[in-house]
Design a protein around this ligand. Structure first.
Ligand code: ANZ
Ligand code: ZN
Length: 872
């Protein structure tokens, strides 16, 4: 038979799938639903290889579940707002809208060439007014429900780019793009009240048992619940500015109170301000440390610095014990009370601090088994378990007992009318600031009126549409500079008013798109609750681990907010979550240090390993480490090139074959060529099988001989393993089983002579099973093969084959042989073998004899089908 020609076949099948609309999912379908979703792309202009991996993973599952009889929803859209469109406008003078939609058109064409089973009838972009109109409505619903609010916040302001920066965008105190020194500005921002759900968002993680543990842990840490004690320290009058009398701190370690050496407050703490008013040096110190910004990593890594305010605090258990109060750069105003007591022996930051300022330390927790008198701390704080020492009435207690004792005593003690101590639960999670001083985003639908304050845009005036006649000549928000757009009359009083010119964080756009896909045609409302409630949650969500925290957390919050405002009736949007690994590649560098693209390099494998030369000139190229594909190191491969050269099926097969989907996969041309050869091999095999299978009787033979039974066992065994493998997303394992079955099948086909009728029937059955097994991974090749086999219709629409369970019974089993609990070998015996036979086989192993070293066998314990343990 001829070679399989992917370049001709792939577009043809894509057209047929399209014309027959077989991947369009109907909302009135009575079959059980299955919703597969991959994180939708940002329309940057081109699909990259990471997209190909992401969408292929989802596509295998979608095609498989469709064959299993589910009403599969597998939609696609575009996360289309964001800064790059504005940058393109500034750099290349193209309108953000035109740039975005052009990119969408180009990328859609690329996505189609991958052969994905997507329902394009539901496509939308988040920058479509027909999408963001509903987002604006939901914002107003949330405003009315108290879930959106205006809040004054200290923000990182980039004076050159004229924008607020996220903490991550401040690097060494400077804006990541402009390099300008970032200022802290207090500004009114719109926030979503995600903290109302802190506890719920945390607790519900326990029920998400189809999420990676790693992701759940990241979310837990982000939400950051801690149980602790608020303690009001009295301030020593003589040292304290007028009007101040106490310092409230939050601690999770009240047990360590007798190890306290100092107090520390944030530069933004009112007490720091009060002290600085009379102390210019302190004022200067405060100004200096504020420059480093508020990014957590910077604070964590910056050298600990403090300034003694001269104020003294009084130890709550000893009125004669005075503690110095420092302003310190590692205490955040936004957490707890913005003040702490420092116990250097048991907290590394505090220890670094006292070692710098010579304040000493006293250990108060002694590890079990350690002599308390000789237990000293020098450079490393001890934060483990143990018993209390040097702590008066707490001595001898465990940490937990001491925490409880301190809490009880301080709760019971009154100063003024209030207890000195109060138990408190704190969360690290902050409300979600959504205001962005940017043009290319969803307008926040409110109007500011000098008389009526904030007025929601009335429903009948939604959407507030972005103007298109904007200029990017000046830095900052183009909406601010627009001559007319923001000037409106107040909907309430009819007076002169202005629109809000902030737009929403693009994370808002992606926090509910999965819900919109369930009924994107509804013009009147964001969702059609009856449909959304039936189609949601997403059964399997797939995307990069870089979105493990914010996007997933925001979506979980938004789903709850939509429930509170009546748009949906569920809490958790994603029942199953899967984070795929990256596609990585070797790097290549010329002698002068410049990076070279893989396509420009020729690799030769010789005696001394692999050698790389430049295709064009033959000069030597250094092979560098394997890294994430990036433009800067040029180690990227272009999906278009791969598809043009090998076809989409090869790219898909390769992506799935080498590594488990949650691990990184190393792109390698050699292995891609291997995948390409496998495609041709399958094609020949199916053609050969079709020829031999023609002789098969139509009716199933009454009985099968050993050859036919052997083939049928291999086919149904592979079917069983691939079925359960796909369900668990163990795609690489599935591919290994398909390859193994292909080998067995080839051997059968190569036997000389015409097959008997029963074998011919088994060959026909096996060839159908084989094609169906690889159809989710290589759908184009599978359609072509399906035709060769003379099957009616499309393999994309065929039901998944039925497994015949009685063919799965194994003839033999392999048991692990241990001597005194340690593995020494394996034995394979007939499934029907009795214990004495298994025992004899195990004891006959050389490795077992060696391990026994002449000692007598005392006992042999057999765990059926698994382990033989020889006790010597
Ligand atoms: C005394 C102490 C002794 C502490 C000790 C720790 C260890 P989590 O678990 O994250 O809630 N802390 C409190 N507020 C702070 C702030 N605004 N900025 C910086 N640090 C702050 O951490 C709670 C602990 O972090 C608190 O317990 C406090 O230090 C510190 F051996 O109090 B601890
Ligand atoms: Zn008004």
């Amino acid at each position: 038979s001829e070679r399989y020609n992917a370049r001709e076949a792939e577009p043809r099948w894509q057209r047929i799938w399209d014309e027959q609309a077989i991947f369009v999912s109907k909302n009135d379908d009575s079959r059980p639903k299955y919703y597969v979703l991959e994180m939708f792309p940002y329309p940057s202009g081109r699909i990259h290889i990471g997209h190909v991996r992401n969408y292929t993973l989802g596509d295998v599952l979608a095609r498989f579940m469709r064959a299993k009889g589910f009403n599969v929803l597998h939609p696609m859209g575009w996360d289309a707002f964001g800064l790059p469109a504005e940058n393109a406008a500034i750099e290349r003078k193209v309108a953000p809208k035109a740039w975005t939609y052009d990119n969408i058109a180009a990328m859609k064409k690329q996505l189609r060439s991958i052969g994905l089973s997507l329902d394009w009838s539901r496509e939308f972009a988040t920058c479509d007014p027909s999408y963001y109109k509903h987002q604006q409505k939901m914002f107003l619903d949330m405003l009315a429900a108290g879930l959106a609010e205006r809040e004054k916040r200290k923000l990182n302001w980039d004076p050159v780019d004229m924008t607020v920066l996220a903490n991550e965008q401040v690097i060494d105190g400077r804006g990541w793009r402009s390099g300008a020194v970032v200022e802290q500005r207090e500004m009114s921002q719109w926030v979503f009240k995600i903290t109302k759900y802190s506890q719920e968002l945390l607790s519900a993680l326990d029920s998400l048992d189809r999420w990676p543990d790693k992701v759940r842990l990241m979310q837990r840490n982000w939400i950051g619940r801690s149980e602790g004690l608020l303690i009001r320290f009295a301030l020593d009058k003589a040292t304290t500015p007028a009007g101040e009398s106490e310092l409230k701190i939050f601690t999770t370690r009240p047990d360590t109170l007798f190890g306290a050496k100092f107090m520390a407050i944030s530069a933004d703490h009112p007490l720091a301000q009060a002290a600085a008013a009379k102390n210019p040096k302190l004022a200067q110190f405060i100004a200096d440390i504020k420059k480093i910004g508020t990014a957590q990593e910077i604070i964590d890594t910056a050298e600990k610095q403090g300034f003694d305010t001269g104020i003294r605090a009084v130890h709550p258990f000893d009125p004669s014990w005075k503690l110095p109060v420092y302003v310190a750069n590692f205490v955040l105003m936004e957490y707890g009370t913005g003040a702490i007591f420092g116990c250097p022996a048991h907290d590394q930051r505090d220890l670094d601090f006292v070692n710098k300022y010579g304040l000493g330390n006293t250990p108060v927790v002694c590890p079990e088994g350690q002599d308390s008198k000789s237990f000293v701390i020098t450079d490393t704080a001890y934060d483990g378990d143990g018993r209390m020492i040097n702590s008066r009435f707490l001595d001898g207690m465990t940490i937990d007992q001491a925490k409880e004792e301190v809490a009880k005593r301080l709760e019971g003690e009154l100063r003024g009318n209030a207890p000195v101590g109060e138990r408190q639960v704190n969360f690290r999670l902050r409300d979600w600031g959504i205001s962005r001083q940017r043009y290319w985003g969803c307008p926040i639908p409110v109007i500011h009126c000098p008389k009526c304050d904030v007025v929601p845009v009335p429903d009948d005036q939604l959407p507030v549409v972005l103007p298109e006649d904007v200029s990017f000549d000046k830095p900052g928000n183009a909406l601010d500079h627009h001559p007319t757009w923001k000037h409106v009359t107040c909907p309430k009083c009819g007076g002169k008013a202005t629109r809000e010119t902030d737009t929403m964080d693009t994370f808002v756009d992606s926090s509910w798109y999965f819900a919109r896909f369930t009924d994107p045609w509804n013009e009147a409302a964001p969702t059609t609750p009856a449909i959304a409630n039936r189609m949601l949650p997403v059964d399997q969500y797939i995307g990069g681990v870089e979105h493990a925290i914010l996007h997933l957390l925001y979506s979980r919050f938004f789903t709850r907010a939509m429930k509170a405002t009546g748009h949906i009736a569920l809490d958790e949007p994603f029942a199953g979550m899967f984070t795929q690994g990256m596609v990585v590649h070797e790097t290549y560098q010329k002698a002068d240090g410049t990076w070279v693209q893989p396509a420009e390099v020729k690799i030769e494998v010789g005696g001394n390993g692999r050698r790389a030369t430049l295709l064009a000139t033959g000069e030597d190229v250094q092979i560098g480490p394997i890294e994430k594909m990036s433009k800067s190191k040029k180690n990227t491969v272009d999906p278009d090139d791969i598809i043009a050269t090998y076809g989409a099926d090869v790219a898909r097969w390769f992506m799935l074959s080498d590594s488990p989907p949650d691990r990184d996969v190393i792109w390698s041309d050699e292995r891609v060529q291997g995948a390409s050869r496998f495609v041709q091999r399958l094609w020949r095999l199916v053609n050969d099988a079709a020829d031999l299978g023609k002789a098969a009787p139509a009716a199933r033979p009454a009985s099968f001989g050993p050859d036919a039974t052997g083939l049928r066992k291999a086919a149904h065994g592979a079917l069983d393993k691939v079925t359960s493998g796909v369900e668990r997303l163990h795609f690489n394992v599935c591919l290994a089983h398909i390859r193994e079955f292909t080998n067995t099948f080839s051997e059968v086909l190569q036997r000389p002579g015409q097959p008997t009728a029963d074998l011919a029937w088994a060959i026909r059955e096996a060839s159908q099973i084989l094609v169906q097994l690889f159809s989710p991974m290589m759908p184009h090749l599978a359609e072509e093969c399906w035709q060769v086999l003379g099957q009616p219709g499309l393999v994309s629409e065929a039901d998944w084959p039925q497994i015949e369970r009685d063919l799965l019974v194994e003839d033999s089993v392999t048991l692990v042989v241990q001597v005194n609990g340690k593995k020494r070998g394996e034995v394979t015996v007939a499934t029907a073998a009795q214990n004495p036979e298994i025992e004899a086989a195990a004891l006959a192993l050389d490795a077992v004899k060696l391990a026994l070293d002449g000692k007598p066998v005392r006992k042999v314990i057999i765990v059926p089908k698994r382990i033989v343990n020889v006790v010597g």
